[in-house]
Design a protein around this ligand. Structure first.
Ligand code: 13P
Ligand code: SF4
Length: 361
C-alpha cells in the first residue's frame, strides 16, 4: 500500500491516542486491518466495543450493521465512525422492517405468533434487532447461534414455562443457511422441521399448515459471497489435494456444510488453522482476504481457497486505506465524519435483544 497513506494513518492515529479505538473485522483488507487495535468476528467486536467506555471515537472497519451494533452498545457520548457509508451487507438488506412486520402479522393470523420467538443474526439492521427485542427475541452471531436457538426453544423470554412452552417455534432472520445449519446439524432438527419464508410472496409462499407444522421458520436471506461455494468445490478440492480438511463458515449452503469437515465463525476458522499441525492441508470456504492472510501467516501449511474463482466481500472491501486515512485525519482535526447513530427507541429495543445474546451461557 501507498507509503504516504500509511504514514498519514499512523500520524493521525498517534495524534488521537487513547481517544481512538479501531476495530477491524477479519474480512478487512490487509492495508486496513494493520491499523486495527482489535480484530475479531462480529461477536468479539461487539463485546470489544462495549468494553471501551474510555474511547471517544470508535472507528469501525467492517460493515454497517456492525457499526450500528457498536453504537447501540456504547455510551451516548461515544461516536462510532464507519469510514465508508456504502459498506453495507447484502444479506442484512434482505430483511426490511416492513417485511418482518408483515411476516409477524401472517404468523399472528395463523395463531402462532404467540408461540414464536424471533432470533436475528447479527447481520441485520438495528430495527430488525429492535423488532426481536420488542417481541421477546434475541440476536445471535455465527459463534453462538446454537446457544441462542437453544435459549429460544428451552428458555425464551419468560423462562421454560413461558411463551408457547413445549410447542415453541423460532423465526430465524435473515440468513436461512445459518439457521438451517444450526438447527439441523447442531441441534437435531430435521430438514422437514424447517420452512423458508419468502418475503416476496403473499403469506411468505407457505400454507398455514406448513407454518403450523414447522419448528424453525427460516427467512429467505443469504450471503452472496458464501453462497458461491458449491458441493462441486468440495469434491474438486478433495480430488486435487488428498487428505485436505475442508473448513467453512456456517453461511455456506447446507449441502456444502454437510460435506465439509469443520464449520464455524471467522474467529473459529482462524483458531483451527493457527492450531493445525505443520504440513496439514486446509481448504477454507469464507471471504478471500481472510483466507489469503491465513495462507501468508502459515507457510508451513497448505491453505487454499475452497473455490477456484476469486470471491471477496465487495462491501467489506469498500473500507480501504484512503477512506480510513480520511476518517482518522478528520477526527484528528476535530471533525466527526460518517458517524453511525441509531435512534434512541430502536437502540433501546435492539439492546434488549443484544443483551439477551451477551447473557447467553
Ligand atoms: P463472523 O461473525 O463469523 O465474523 O461473520 C460475519 C460475517 O459477515 C460473515 O459473512
Ligand atoms: Fe454480508 Fe456476506 Fe459480506 Fe458477511 S460476507 S458482510 S454476510 S455480504
Amino acid at each position: 500500500s501507498d507509503p504516504d497513506l500509511v504514514a498519514r494513518a499512523e500520524k493521525a492515529k498517534a495524534a488521537l491516542g487513547d481517544r481512538l479505538f479501531v476495530l477491524g473485522h477479519h474480512y478487512q483488507r490487509d492495508e486496513v486491518i494493520r491499523f486495527a487495535d482489535v480484530t475479531g468476528d462480529s461477536f468479539k467486536l461487539a463485546r470489544e466495543a462495549a468494553a471501551r467506555p474510555e474511547a471517544e471515537f470508535i472507528v469501525f472497519c467492517g460493515v454497517h450493521f456492525m457499526a450500528e451494533s457498536a453504537d447501540i452498545l456504547t455510551s451516548a457520548a461515544q461516536r462510532v465512525v464507519l469510514p465508508d457509508l456504502a459498506a453495507g451487507c447484502s444479506m442484512a438488506d434482505m430483511a426490511t422492517f416492513d417485511q418482518v412486520e408483515e411476516a409477524w402479522d401472517v404468523l399472528a393470523e395463523i395463531g402462532v405468533a404467540d408461540v414464536t420467538v424471533p432470533v436475528t443474526y447479527m447481520n441485520s439492521s438495528a430495527d430488525i434487532k429492535a423488532f426481536c427485542g420488542r417481541n421477546g427475541g434475541a440476536v445471535c452471531t455465527s459463534s453462538n447461534a446454537r446457544r441462542a436457538l437453544t435459549w429460544a426453544f428451552d428458555e425464551g423470554p419468560d423462562g421454560p414455562a413461558g411463551k408457547g412452552a413445549g410447542d415453541r417455534k423460532v423465526l430465524f432472520l435473515p440468513d436461512q443457511h445459518l439457521g438451517r445449519n444450526t438447527a439441523v446439524l447442531e441441534m437435531g432438527f430435521s430438514l422437514d422441521d424447517c420452512v423458508v419464508y419468502n418475503p416476496h410472496r403473499p403469506g411468505g409462499g407457505l400454507t398455514a399448515e406448513q407454518i403450523r407444522n414447522a419448528k424453525v421458520i427460516l427467512w429467505r436471506g443469504h450471503c452472496s459471497v458464501h453462497g458461491r461455494f458449491s458441493t462441486g468445490c468440495v469434491d474438486d478440492v478433495r480430488a486435487r489435494i488428498p487428505g485436505v480438511n475442508v473448513l467453512v463458515h456456517p453461511e455456506c449452503r447446507h449441502e456444502v456444510v454437510t460435506k465439509a469437515d469443520h464449520v464455524g465463525s471467522t474467529e473459529y476458522i482462524i483458531k483451527m488453522i493457527d492450531e493445525a499441525p505443520a504440513g496439514s492441508a486446509w481448504a477454507v470456504g469464507t471471504e478471500l482476504n481472510l483466507v489469503k492472510r491465513l495462507a501468508a501467516r502459515h507457510p508451513d501449511k497448505t491453505i487454499t481457497f475452497l473455490d477456484r474463482t476469486v470471491c471477496y466481500c465487495s462491501t467489506m472491501n469498500r473500507i480501504d486505506l484512503p477512506h480510513l486515512v480520511w476518517a482518522l485525519e478528520s477526527l484528528a482535526e476535530g471533525q466527526v465524519v460518517n458517524q453511525i447513530t441509531v435512534d434512541p427507541d430502536t437502540a433501546h429495543w435492539a439492546r434488549v435483544a443484544l443483551d439477551r445474546m451477551l447473557a447467553l451461557p
